[in-house]
Design a protein around this ligand. Structure first.
Ligand code: ASP
Length: 346
C-alpha cells in the first residue's frame, strides 16, 4: 500500500524488557507525564479514554486508543520508549531515547470504498462499482479479498454469490467464515469486503469475533483496505443509528467501526413512496436521529453512490449522488464528484 505509517517505528523490534533499572523509572515517569499531557488536552471531554477496551469512552473521546511499548531499534541497538495515541484523524507517536525525544504526527491512512448498495438499477450485481473497486485494489497491489458475509445467514451461499462476480475481475475472494480464527485472518489480510444484509446482525457478529477495533486500527494504520456495501457501509461509520434495518437482534453497542466520524444512510431515497402512504419519510426518520444529543451529520447515499475515502479526502463517486443532513437539520445535495472531506470536521 502507498501509505506506510510509523515507518521509523516499524524498523524496530519490540523487546519488552530491555531498559535498565534507573532508566525504567525514568521511562515510567515520562510515561505518566505523557499520559498527563494527553489527559490535559483531552480535558474538554467528560470521558478520558486510556484504553480502547473502554468502548463507552472510546466513542466520546477524541483520543481513541493509547499504547506504549519499549522498542529496541534493530539497526542501532538503541532503546526507546514509545507512546502512541490514535486520535480521530491522526496518530501521534512520541519516542523517547536517552538522547532525544521525537514526535511523529501521522495523518490517517484509511482507505475505503463505502457503497450504498451492491445492486443498482440498470446494472448487474456490483457492476456499477467494478471500475472503482478494481482501481482501488490495483493501486494498492492487492489481489486477494476476504469477504465478510456476517450480515446474512447463508455464509457459503452469500460468499459464493460475491465470489462469482469478483473472481472473474482478477481477484481471489475467500469467505471470512472459512478461517478458523477470523481475527487472525483479518490481521493478515490486505483487503476486506463487508457485504450487506441486516446491520444489527452484522455488527453483533463483528463484536463477537472481536473485529470492530481490530478492523478500525488496521484500516487507520493503512494496512487494510475496507470495502463495504449497504450494511457493510453502515458498520464502517460512527454508529448504526441510521440504518434502514429492523433491530432483529441486539449488538453489544450501536457504536460501529468508525472509519468515518459521521453516519451514513444507505439506499437513500428522497421521493415519497406514494400519496397514499402515511408512514414517515426517510427524511423524517433521519431528522428524528438528528434531534438526539449524540447525533452526527448523516450522509444519505443514493443507490449507485459510493463514498471514496482516501486518508482525509472524501469524495462522492459512483453513478449517483448523495445528500448531507447537517446537524442543524438543513439538507445539502451532493452530486457525483463532490469533495465532502469537510464532513471529517463537523
Ligand atoms: N439492509 C440494508 C442492506 O444491507 C442496510 C440498510 O438499508 O440499512 O442492504
Amino acid at each position: 500500500m502507498h501509505c506506510k505509517p510509523h515507518s521509523q517505528l516499524r524498523k524496530s523490534q519490540i523487546t519488552g524488557n530491555n531498559i535498565s533499572g534507573s532508566s525504567r523509572i525514568r521511562s515510567k515517569a515520562l510515561h505518566y507525564l505523557i499520559v498527563l499531557f494527553f489527559v490535559v488536552i483531552n480535558s474538554w471531554s467528560a470521558h478520558v479514554c486510556i484504553s480502547s477496551q473502554n468502548r463507552a469512552s472510546f466513542s466520546k473521546s477524541p483520543i481513541n486508543s493509547v499504547k506504549n511499548s519499549h522498542i529496541r531499534h534493530s539497526t542501532t541497538g538503541e532503546s526507546s520508549y514509545v507512546f502512541v495515541a490514535s486520535l480521530r484523524r491522526h496518530t501521534i507517536a512520541v519516542s523517547v531515547t536517552k538522547k532525544h525525544i521525537s514526535i511523529f504526527l501521522r495523518m490517517s491512512c484509511r482507505q475505503a470504498l463505502l457503497l450504498s448498495s451492491s445492486n443498482c438499477h440498470g446494472y448487474s450485481l456490483l457492476e456499477f462499482a467494478k471500475e472503482e473497486i478494481c482501481l482501488f485494489l490495483k493501486k494498492n497491489a492487492v489481489n486477494e479479498i476476504i469477504f465478510v458475509p456476517y450480515a446474512q445467514n447463508d455464509f457459503n451461499g452469500y460468499t459464493h454469490k460475491i465470489k462469482s462476480v469478483i473472481d472473474p475481475w482478477g481477484y481471489k475472494v475467500t469467505g471470512l467464515h472459512t478461517y478458523p480464527d477470523p481475527a487472525n485472518a483479518v490481521m493478515s489480510s490486505k483487503a476486506i469486503f463487508v457485504g450487506g444484509g441486516n446491520t444489527f446482525m452484522l455488527l453483533k457478529r463483528l463484536y463477537e469475533a472481536n473485529l470492530v477495533n481490530l478492523i478500525k486500527s488496521r484500516v487507520f494504520e493503512g494496512h487494510l483496505l475496507y470495502i463495504g456495501s449497504s450494511a457493510g457501509t453502515n458498520v464502517a461509520t460512527k454508529s448504526i443509528h441510521t440504518t434502514n434495518d429492523m433491530p432483529i437482534i441486539y449488538p453489544p453497542s450501536f457504536e460501529a467501526i468508525g472509519i468515518v466520524p459521521f453516519n451514513i444512510n444507505p439506499h437513500y431515497i428522497d421521493i415519497v413512496e406514494s400519496v397514499t402512504h402515511k408512514g414517515e419519510t426517510r427524511d423524517q426518520r433521519i431528522i428524528e436521529y438528528l434531534d438526539m444529543p449524540h447525533a452526527a451529520p448523516v450522509l444519505g447515499l443514493k443507490e449507485g453512490a459510493i463514498l471514496n475515502v482516501n486518508g482525509n479526502t472524501l469524495k462522492i463517486t459512483g453513478v449517483a449522488g448523495a445528500v448531507i443532513f447537517n446537524k442543524d437539520k438543513t439538507k445539502t445535495e451532493v452530486p457525483v464528484g463532490t469533495d465532502v472531506s469537510f464532513l471529517l470536521n463537523e
